[in-house]
Ligand binder design. Sequence first.
Ligand code: CP
Length: 359
Amino acid sequence: RHHILSLADFTAAEYNTVLQTAASFQEVLSRRTKKVPTLQGQVVANLFFESSTRTRSSFELAAKRLSADTLNFAAATSSMTKGETILDTAKTYLAMGTDIMVVRHREAGVPNAIAAEMDRLGVKVSVLNAGDGQHEHPSQALLDLFTICTLIDPASPRLELLKGKKIAIVGDILHSRVARSNIWSLIASGAEVHLAAPPTLLPKLFAEYILEEAGVINQDFVISSSPTPHYFGLPRLRSAQVAQYKSPLPTPQLFLHWKLEPALQNADFVMTLRLQKERMTAHLLPSLREYHQLFGITSTKLQLCKPNVKVLHPGPVNRGVEISSELMDDPEFSLIQSQVTSGVAVRMALLYLIGSSKV
Ligand code: CP
């Protein structure tokens, strides 16, 4: 594999290669000297056309730990403000000898377009998608997978550890590239994935699209009553409406809920998502207080889950909206800081594997 743009076609072997490689880099990062010469002489350019804290910094740190040279680009301070195009920007970095481009953009498809241009030019530049619009965020889903798997078996994180685990993904599914990438990896692992969101943030057409894209059927198409009609007032749906989807899998793995409780019941892991206010038109934006009341994850609501449940959030967090501030900071339940820590080892693994074309 030359580029990593999506997890849609990732194989179990590829997931396990990433997990095992990340585990070995995690070990390197625990040493006093945290650096290896693996990518010495290579250039990694972080092309961030949209803002980021953890993805950009951890890709930069990962590249530095691998001894690569790094270039950091931020659209707001670049010549794009003078009218330079995305592809001309990428070609400028190519001309400086870039080997790997890490690309984030607010529109879906930009990393693919840059990768296609590099392929058309016949150059050996790899492109890593660092989050494109509402499409995918592969490195985030891989670090989420690594965080969970290392919790279960620190010595040997592997995809199969999630088989049969119940994982709830809660919140703004509609706008979440993180959810989209996580659906691919979790379905591949054999986990049972429950998506829970208000109907405005997981509308019927979008829900059907997810079912169709993931190729799974949902036998538990739970539609909540409409407790707050002013924004939950969409027509009720019936399970028959999605029965047309045929599953290639022996058991249903993807479940959609318009209320929180069925998703949390006996869950092993809860992934909360940020309410992406910047991508919402006014009619989609719920009252934050009401949203927190119905979909915000709190210690009380976690009592529905398994006793040793853990909570993840990709960050950045709206404290007190999708998760209570107190739960976010509770090390007994929250994996949020571990996710950030895992990000460096996982991104070292991706840069290494792409840099040496082993994925
Ligand atoms: N999770 C994530 O992508 O965070 P940043 O936007 O800070 O990179």
